[in-house]
Structures are given as C-alpha cells and as structure tokens.
Design a protein around this ligand. Structure first.
Ligand SMILES: Nc1ncnc2c1ncn2[C@@H]1O[C@H](COP(=O)(O)OP(=O)(O)OP(=O)(O)O)[C@@H](O)[C@H]1O
Length: 305
C-alpha cells in the first residue's frame, strides 16, 4: 500500500504552553476512506490545518506522497472546510470557477472541471443561482464542488454533513463513495459514528491531541471490543434490580433498559443472566460490537458530549 499522508510525532501548540497535538503519528494509505473521529476539542481541525501546512508544528515530520509540503503536493490535496467557504454574491458556477482558477486551472480544462464538479454534487441545473438561496445541504454540496474542482488525489472533508437534511446527507455520502471509487483518497472528519461506519475503510480515533488507535475499521472494532453487549428490556425500572445487577458490568441503565458487558462467546454468563432475571426479562438482545463502543472505551466519552 502506498502512503498518501504520513505525520510523525507532530507537536503543536497555539500559545506555546499547552500542546494541542501531542507527539501525534498518523498515516493514510492510497485510496482509503479514512475516518477521523474525536470528541469536541480533541484537535481534529488543528491537525487538519497542520496537515495542510496552514499552521506549522513545533516539531514532527509531515509528508504527502513521500514529499515534504510543496507547491506540487498542495495541488494534489483538496480541502472542504467545516465552515462554508462560499462567495454569496457569485453564482454557484462562478464560485466553483473561482476556486478552479485559484488552483491554477485555465481555459477548456477549467470549464470541463467546473462542470464535472457541479454535476458530481448534483448542482449543474442550479449553476446560475446564487448560493444565498440554497438550502443548507445544497450549500454543503457546493462547498464540496469547490474542493474537488482541481481533481485532487486526496480530499479532506471536515464535517461535511453538519446541518443538512437526510436526503442531502445521503447524497453527500454517496458522492464521497463515488469519488473514492474514481480513485480519490478521502480523509473524512465527522462527529457521526454511523457515517464513519457506513463509508470508511479505515478509522483513527483521537482525543486530547493524541491518536488513540488507527487501522482498518473491522480490525479496530475487533481489537478494542473485548466484551459482548447484552441489552435487556426489564419489566420494571432497572433500579428495582440493583441486587441482580451487582454481579455484572452495567454499561448503560436507562429506564427499563439495561446494557451489560459480558465476555465474548461466554455461554455460561448468558444463561446466568436468563436465570437471574427470569420472568422479569421482557427481551434479551445481543448487540454487535460497533465503533461507538470502541470510541467510548478509548475516550470514556460519547462522541456528541
Ligand atoms: N486559534 C486558536 N487559538 C488557540 N487555541 C485554539 C485555537 N483553535 C483551537 N484551539 C484550541 O485547540 C484545541 C483543539 O481544537 P480543535 O478545534 O482543533 O478541536 P476539534 O477536535 O476540531 O473540535 P471540534 O470537533 O469542536 O471542531 C481546543 O482546546 C481549542 O480550544
């Protein structure tokens, strides 16, 4: 596998006192959809700025395509920022044209690429309209068109589905998958665990300026979920079963619902649970290990906290 991005021991602080990125090492391979997850303030946007060369780290090594950042690597990387970077007095077409020119495109190639980008996000028909009239989802899609107009080898998308309706959200996710199938490596920063599980081949979880794990999505889930989860629906509120619950690791207790962490494939524990609750157990469900559990285990936080 070819490495597209390699960052080693990146140390960065805004005010030279408290580091925001702490000896962070991260690598992204060619044609991956790499999901970068982390709670608020973990340092994801800062990392993105450092990766793009907008902020300079105090120490560490950053390479794109095995080269230090330079004019040529810059052209191969696209960026769709979290905050919409649109010019509201220009039409959708002119917005994308503007970004294409910034990346050095000219003439027929520029026109062709603008059309490709607008068609790709499904906004070609609306090209003459100004984005101030667009819905949140359309603005996000236009933002993406501006980021891909120069046909980059890698695109970094920072929370591209925030504040959009479900239809636009699906459209954006489908477009990202399609872009990847066309050969683009995607670095996808998101707060939505289910989106990362749906589209990403690889994942990295960061907290407090450090990368806590990274790897193939399935491998990470396997490696970091040493417990199976059993979800019980009880007749009464879970507080009424304090005695029975003493014997188990209670992961969640919410009204009549309880989630217990049990060793994987441990049939004895499962039958013990059935016996302990007997008739009081309305339902019993095995919950497949997922990224949310990995995230919680590593950060002790829920992503949307
Ligand atoms: N320009 C800045 N000057 C000083 N501190 C900053 C600046 N930008 C971010 N920080 C601090 O750096 C830390 C990491 O912030 P950052 O925005 O990178 O996190 P994040 O993971 O992207 O968060 P979110 O998910 O909320 O966007 C936070 O403590 C934040 O307050």
């Amino acid at each position: 596998m070819q490495t597209v991005f390699a960052g080693e021991n990146i140390q960065f602080s805004y005010n030279k006192k408290k580091p925001v990125l702490k000896q962070l090492t991260l690598s992204v391979g060619d044609r991956q959809i790499y999901g970068l997850l982390g709670p608020n303030g973990a340092g994801k946007s800062t990392l993105t700025r450092v990766m793009l060369g907008l902020d300079k780290p105090q120490s560490g090594k950053i390479q794109w395509f095995n080269e230090y950042l330079n004019a040529s690597t810059n052209k191969r990387v696209g960026y769709v920022p979290q905050d919409l970077a649109l010019i509201y007095d220009l039409s959708a077409y002119e917005n994308v044209l503007f970004f294409g020119k910034l990346y050095g495109l000219k003439g027929e190639r520029l026109k062709k690429q603008v059309r490709f980008a607008l068609e790709f996000v499904g906004l070609w028909e609306e090209r003459k309209q100004k984005p101030k009239k667009f819905s949140g989802g359309m603005k996000r899609r236009l933002n993406i068109a501006c980021g891909i107009v120069h046909n980059p080898d890698v695109i970094i998308l920072d929370e591209p589905t925030v504040g959009v309706d479900p239809q636009s959200r699906n459209r954006i996710l489908d477009a990202i998958i399609e872009l990847n199938q066309l050969g683009t490596t995607v670095i996808y920063i998101s707060h939505y665990m289910e989106e990362v599980e749906k589209i990403c081949s690889h994942v990295g979880i960061m907290d407090d300026g450090q990368l806590l794990c990274q790897g193939k999505l399935d491998d990470v889930i396997q490696e970091y979920t040493d417990q199976a989860i059993i979800r019980l629906e009880l007749q009464q509120k879970s507080t009424a079963y304090a005695k029975q619950l003493e014997d188990y690791v209670v992961l969640l207790s919410d009204g009549n619902r309880v989630e217990l962490g049990v060793p994987k494939n441990d049939i004895n524990t499962l039958s013990q649970i059935r016996e302990s609750f007997g008739e009081d157990m309305k339902s019993f469900q095995y919950v497949t290990p997922n990224l949310e559990q990995v995230f919680f285990r590593l950060t002790r936080k829920n992503l949307r906290d």
